[in-house]
Design a protein around this ligand. Sequence first.
Ligand code: C2E
Ligand code: CA
Ligand code: CA
Length: 666
Amino acid sequence: MPGLIHWMHDTLSSFRPGERNASLHRSQFESLSKQIPILHVSLITNTLIVSYIHAPLAPRYLWLYVPGVICLFCLARLILWRREQGNTLDDATIARRLRATVALAGGLGIVFTSWALNLYPYGGPYEQGQLAFYMSITVLGCYLSLTHVPASTFLLFITVILPFSIFFAASGRPTYVAMALNMMIVAGAMGLVTIRYYRDFVDLVRAKESLTERQRETQRLSDENFRLANLDSLTGAPNRRRFFAELDARLAEARDQGRRLAIGLIDLDGFKPVNDIYGHARGDELLVMVAERLTTVCGARAMLARLGGDEFGLLMSDPEDERDVRGLGAAIIRALQEPFEMPLTRVRISGSAGFAMFPAAGKTGAALFERADHALYHAKETRRGSVVIFSAEHESRIRQTAQVAQNLRTADLENELRVAFQPIMDARTGRTTGFEALARWTSAKLGEIDPEVFIRLAERHNMVNELTRVLLGKTLRSAALWPDHLRVSFNLSTHDLASPDAMTRIVDILRRSPFPVDRIDFEITETAVFVDFEQARLSIEALKTLGARVSLDDFGRGYSSLAYVQQLPLDRIKIDQSFVADIETNAASRNIVKTIVDLCRNLGLSCVAEGVETRGQLRALRELDCHTVQGYLFARPMAGERIPAYLLREATRPAEPATATEREIA
Ligand code: C2E
Ligand code: CA
Ligand code: CA
């Protein structure tokens, strides 16, 4: 009994609207829909058979009209049901249909029972037997068809089985009582089977539901995974991985369709200082703004990705020609040069771009990327804010460079490297105050190599620390022979400053050398400081602690930041040669030199102008109060062995600004 009540509760509550019930109802309805035709056809045919048997015996209304109406009703319902097949019904309609089915089962139960009981007295024992058989077998058939709507089977039990059983039992005839008993037992058993079947059905529906839910969750997670794996978390732009996947895909497409493809790399100039000076949070904000700006500029023309740090990549499918690519590159650089408005500050940066084009520059993704990187490197070298497209000329230069690099790797550095010394002069007295040490390499196979070339190569191939070690040793050995008032300037590479190991070795050499450290000026460039400000500062401080002085070389050439000058313990600034070269003709250069000289005076730093080649340049520098100078006008870099003779000549000359022009160079 409690089981029955429980079942009733479940069954009735399953008709309440709600998301959970909605899907159960839908499943119930779908299963029911399959049974409805069989149910109605069997009802109609069985009823017709009973009518036919009773036609000679019962009054017309009982054997014809009533069953006729019942059959027509069933037929109509069957047709309506069929017509609705294929329509997608909403949840509310389905719930309504199910409720109607339950009500109808009850209603039809009453109608059939009343009809059969009314017909009963007209038949003889055989007809009555057939009628009882008809009712019980039909109701069991209905039971089976309606298992998915158990409330209706329950109503059938109440409206058909129960009255019939009572009716037969009340007859008092033992066969009829037995039949009533049989009917009750079978109907009861079938009822239990139905309940159990329905329970399993509900469980199945719920299991299917949770499976779908789990599938949906899995899909969501996999979408999320895809996003994380392919998009840069900071800027939301496609990431490096996505970039290379896309490169492969577009390359295959370009190859198949015989089209061009351009791959571009963009590197920001001046991003590092923003990061160092304003903090990483500001740096991140700037990167987000940059990514937004670049994405807008690229629009549908190219896909932009963040490759890491301040490096971006872009893929341009099917560009018209080189001009097309250069145009996009220029638009990108222009967009980067517009100031960025940040909270409390306005930041100015710039960028350089390098491109490589398929098929001219390479056939594979890796080759194209490498060529674009090479072009970018050249863009940064030649002029910041420029766009370089990889060309045949670059290709042959790469070959040469590879050859030089190969020779550098196998060079006997101790024997092949030399140091040349160029005097640094006091313009007022015309006397040498010190010498700058400049590296020279005569390769056993390739001959004399430009220092700009081999120093950069050594930096790229991680050999520069080794070069510095050899050069510093040679420099100090030469300088140890000089008179006490002369200083020596030694160039350090970015890579020396950035490496604590290299610095330890340098400090070691300084400690062991007889040459006093306080007569050494280390020249560092701004780029050295850009790469890793903190490490550069530590390295500079280590040198200062030993008593050395530090100069900032090539000031004004790149991205000059006054903030750096202020934050570093510098002693001297060397004005870049390019300003000296046109100081007589270019007012802007003249102004820049004046500004740097004033800055040095305000900060208590000394100031050197290098690359002085003419008397006119010297005069202009003197007028601007720049009195420490260096250049071909005074002397070209010379071998260490020639220094004693040079100094002797200087000593025997009257104390007046003499120049090399007036001496042997002319
Ligand atoms: P830098 O440090 O700016 O060196 C000055 C360069 O200007 C030297 O070129 C020097 O020969 C040249 N120079 C001097 N006076 C004049 C002049 O009046 N007119 C012109 N046009 N040039 C003049 P160099 O020796 O070819 O060195 C080039 C660069 O290579 C150096 O520029 C420096 O960045 C690098 N370098 C040279 N030696 C070393 C070294 O031992 N270590 C490192 N890390 N870099 C070095
Ligand atoms: Ca220098
Ligand atoms: Ca310089």
